[in-house]
Design a protein. Sequence first.
Length: 387
Amino acid sequence: MKKIIILGSTGSIGENTLDVIRNHRDSFIIVGLSCHTRVAELLAQTEEFKPRAIAITGPGTELEFTGFPGKIYKGEAGLLDMIVDLDADIVVNGISGAKGLLPSFRAIESGKDCALANKETIVMAGPLFLRQASHLKRCIVPVDSEHSGLFQLLQQLDKKRVAGIIITASGGAFRCMPKEKLHTVTVEDALKHPTWNMGKKITIDSATLGNKGLEVIEAHYLFSMPLSKIKVVIHPQSLVHSLARTIDGCLFAQVSEPDMRMPIHYALFYPDATPSEYGTLDLAGKEFSFYPVDEEKYGMLSLAYRAAGAGEAYPVVYNAANEIAVEAFISGQIPFTGIPYIVERALEKEWEKIVGSIVGSIEDILAFDKAARRVTHEILLKIGRNK
């Protein structure tokens, strides 16, 4: 039985992972779970799955776990200790945002494979993380539906045949809305995703296409793919998750129902292929449509290409500025259209002069992230003063 640690077990990725394991209890045993603040949900999970340890990174209290026989870790440092202390085969990293970076590194450094839903790990530290994983002979399997699809496609194709890759996007909540009206939309409007049920931050990222921007950067590093060979198209049905184009003009697609349990199932069982109860798609009666991305409406996508092309600190800045801008939108500080505006202002800074260049350590990356957040907050304050 494979031993599993699930980070962010009360979030969307975590809950879907638990559902997969529920259906394969003879193949997996959960040894560790973590949450940030949803302690009540974590308590229910511990009662069902009986892990050896849990970690609570937020202000939640462990008093509710008085009957829990395992070890309880507190805070972000405690979470990292739990990853190291537990004997496990795979760490499923479902933590959202930059806070998932150090847990990914700690997972591979402690000899565990990583089923990676935290795209920020690759966006912020892709070359370093992948180099260390290779050195330590650790396996990284992406859990995002698009990158899982690409991972599977590129395993089947000779790399010399691949001319490029295509990532699909639903278009988010505002796909059919004219860009002139976007400045008036509310947070509630942005959270009405047409096909996926995800967390608040990633759902808003879907509405701006910031998530596709992160995915372009992730694919660039994860698959060593030049940016010129990575394309994004709008596909409202969310049935085709990614495609690979070969040099002879053929397109190979990964197609399934929009069910996150599919890529999670694949990652947990990898490299074995096993039957899945999810995502079986009947093509009869289905429609597949594809549209180009309106780059004026979805400015976050072109900004991601700019950041990835600049390299060094710029992908870190893109991620940090986006996280802060999304939080500012949620709290009512800026309109929806303020998200790409703030990210663009942050990317315009001369980061070579602010932070220098990355010399290849996680400490450098964390320092760049801290600097990017400080500068982005200054941009926000300036906007507030100019209102």
